[in-house]
Design a protein around this ligand. Sequence first.
Ligand SMILES: C[S@@+](CC[C@H](N)C(=O)[O-])C[C@H]1O[C@@H](n2cnc3c(N)ncnc32)[C@H](O)[C@@H]1O
Length: 318
Amino acid sequence: MLQHLHPRLVCSSCKGALVQSEALLQCCSCNAVYTIDDTYVSMLDRREQVDRPSGWNRKEAEIRDYSEISQSLALSGIGRFATFLNYGYVPHGSEQHAVIEPGDAWNRNSIKLLLETVGRTVIRDRQVIDIGCGRGGNIAALSKYFKPLSIVGLDICPANIAYCNAKSRGGEFWYLVGDAENIPFADESFDVVLNIESAHAYPDRSRFYEEVHRIMRVGGVFLYTELMPGDQVAQNVRLLEEAGLSVIRDQDVTSNVLLSCDENAKQRTGTQGIASNVGAGTNIGDINDFIALPGSKKYEEMKAGTRQYRMMNLVKRS
Ligand SMILES: C[S@@+](CC[C@H](N)C(=O)[O-])C[C@H]1O[C@@H](n2cnc3c(N)ncnc32)[C@H](O)[C@@H]1O
């Protein structure tokens, strides 16, 4: 029965075996309970609310923000096309790593960000997981350009996973609600782990890196991008290496991301754009900063170099 959810699914908390009964999954070892409904399977262990309340509050805020974005996108009429939730990448004179060009695709800058992140990594016939998959744009593009054997999308926001499931055409694709710090898969389940613009929201970064290392096979590749304070880059690299992940590429692509923010601004502030439809009446606060519009604090910090957009490839050597 569990096969149709994913052959290597385990308890998010203790990694024990699961049993399925009707609309529930239960861990045989620690008794954690997970829910299955018509629109998504949730692998969030709600006991964390009690055991680690401060970390959970941060996660709850992410769920709330992205639920509001999802709702606003649906109401604006562009929800169907808004499959990416990232800043995107525009090339200039700097060195590029992508082996494929996206052409004039819709969401071109976001697809370019993915293709640059992938670089020369072999994806074909590999088992891939996208952690913090958002609305599934990266998964659709990976599938189109690289033909992996299978892909899992994991995201903490149920509205995002419900959206991905509604768009899914079946096949070797699974979308699950779950937490990057408590990944519900057995050790060595994946060849490639993708994480685009999501880890800044995780309260315990080391725990996430350890989880990535655990679920990867030896020789597997971690494709990772994140906007981080410039003075925390070295610390993040140290934490990654302590988790057993060796950096094989680490690029500062802030200038490419800023160019994309400039290009995106017109569309995002138009009548159907996210800046015009999200914010008022929601908890997100400064939507201009959330999406790094020119002039916003985040945009200016990127320009000044106090925040850097890093693009990394790492390998699990043992
Ligand atoms: C900026 S969006 C990026 C989405 C996607 N990677 C993309 O490129 O379009 C960040 C995503 O991370 C997800 N997220 C935040 N905290 C998470 C966590 N602890 N575990 C899993 N996903 C998380 C959010 O729900 C959101 O969908």
